[in-house]
Every structure is written in C-alpha cells, then in structure tokens.
Design a binder for this molecule. Sequence first.
Ligand code: SF4
Ligand code: MG
Length: 331
Amino acid sequence: MLRVDGLRTEFTTDQGPVTPVDGVGFTVAAGETLCLVGESGSGKSVSALSIMGLLAGNGRVTEGSVMFEGQDLAGLPEPELRRIRGHAIAMIFQEPMTSLNPVLTIGDQLAETMILHLGLTKAEARQRAIELLEKVGIPRAGAVVDDHPHRLSGGMRQRVMIAMALSCRPKLIIADEPTTALDVTIQAQILRLMRELSAETGTATIFITHDLGVVAEMADRVAVMYAGQVVEETDVYTLFDQPKHPYTVALLKSIPHITTPAGDRLTPISGSVPSLLHLPTGCRFRERCPHAMDRCATELPELRPLGGGVGEGEHSVRCWLYDETGTAVPA
Ligand code: SF4
Ligand code: MG
C-alpha cells in the first residue's frame, strides 16, 4: 500500500541546513499497523509530515520516494496532495484542540470533509457524523454532534479526531502520538478502539510513538528511528524477541518491568540523541553504543536486510555488527 524509500528531508535554519529525515524507508501493507518508534528528535514526526506533504515552509523533501498505491506522492503538486490527504490518507495528531476548529460544532466539522470528499448532502453528512461518533464510542452522539470542541474532555476530543480520520474511509491513517497527552486508562481505551477499527475497516496505519508499551500493544511491524534514520525494521515479535541493533536493545532494556526488583527499574540509555547540526561521523549511535568498533567511526552503515533479502517480511538492521546473514561479526 505504502512504500517509502530513501526519504530525505532538509530544513533551512539560522544555524545552517539540517536533515531531520535522512534515508528513511519502510513499507506498510493494507490492514497492517507499522509503528515508528524512537526518542523525541529522531525524525518520526517529520517523516510523517514529509509523507503527507505537510512540511513547514523551511522544509522540503530533497530525495526519495513515497509510493502510495502506485503513485509517488513526493513528486505530486499540492492540489493533488490535498485531495489525497482529505480522502485516501488521514492524519491524527497528539493535540486534538489544534486540529479542531473551536468555532464550528463537531457535526459541522465532520460533515465538512464528507460533503467535500464524498459528495454527501448536508443531511446525509449529519446522519453519518452521528453514526461515526457512535462508532468511536461517544455517548449521546446525537447531542454531541451539536457541541463545540471545548465542551469535550481530551479523550472525547481524540475520539472525535478518530471519527474525522475515518469519515472519508481512508486507506491509510497516520497517527502521531495520538494518546500521549491522555491518562493511562483513556489511552488504553483509545488504543483498543483504534485496533478494533483498523481490523474492521482494513485500514493501514502508521502509528508514531516513543513508548514501547504502545508498540507492543499496536504494532504488526516496527521501524526504530534514531537521529533521522531507520536503524531496525521488523515484525513486532522479532523486535521484542530478537532485537539486533544496539539502540533497540538499549530501548528495550529501558522499559520498566513489573517483575524487575525495586531499585533496578530502569536502565536508561546514557547520553542523548546527537544534534542534527553536529552529527558524528560514521554510525550516528556510536557515541552511545557499547559495541562501537573502529569502522563505526568512519563508515555509516546501510539499513540491510538480514538473511539474504528475500522480500518484505524482512528484518533489516543498520549496524556493522551483523553480516548479510544476520550473524554477529567479530570486532
Ligand atoms: Fe554500534 Fe557500530 Fe552498530 Fe553503530 S554500527 S550501532 S556504533 S556497533
Ligand atoms: Mg513528534
């Protein structure tokens, strides 16, 4: 459904050009959820905005392709992109208040896109808006449809955003930390809802998160991002069971386990993501990597499929520790 290859996005800043997305690639199949996971500043959100053609004025995609149903979105003019965004691809952001119009009722906002993209009449759109609100579990949908966004709680607003995303029956939903601002119970409800809806509708999802607990809950496949690059991509079971990249290994160690003795809860990764203005030579993780070798200081590893490259159900890693067969090579 979606295949992103060698995506590179550049921003001009006062201190010079930066490349927050530098060679990002992954695939998402119909009905599948791909989680993009990494620390803040790893390029997850900019990747999503690049795919959607929603970069701020000082950013642009300089390389790569975004193949969506046989069409390269990276080369499309804005009017066509806008049509695809409203229709085939929908986006859900962390803070619904910034995406909802405070002066319009929930129903009018839902109806607007359906009138525009599905050609429904006003009455049809209102009826469908109520159905959608019911579908995302909003009680008293027939009344909420006439409410303004500020009358709803954060969790309810996020449900409205999901209803809006679903309103045009998209093939792909990109959700950027949609539950991060919500408390744990509400977060669990929203995640469950999103899982149920994607199973029911067959919609593909790119789910952006910094939280490996959310990954375990949501993902079919996972792309781990570090400093603007995908460093590991695989299915969710392999990721938790046989992580290969030292960064993935470190991330997994940093999750608190209920069974871990008190006082030994977290093994945080020391150091921080390098500044995009001062990237190290060679591997971008090497200053934090316990396995760094001489080669890592001079050569940037490619994202390579392990096991000979037999197709898309692959496990790919960007690290000199492994040869083409996924075997650890001696330092
Ligand atoms: Fe560590 Fe080298 Fe692998 Fe980078 S390439 S993650 S520095 S072992
Ligand atoms: Mg972000």
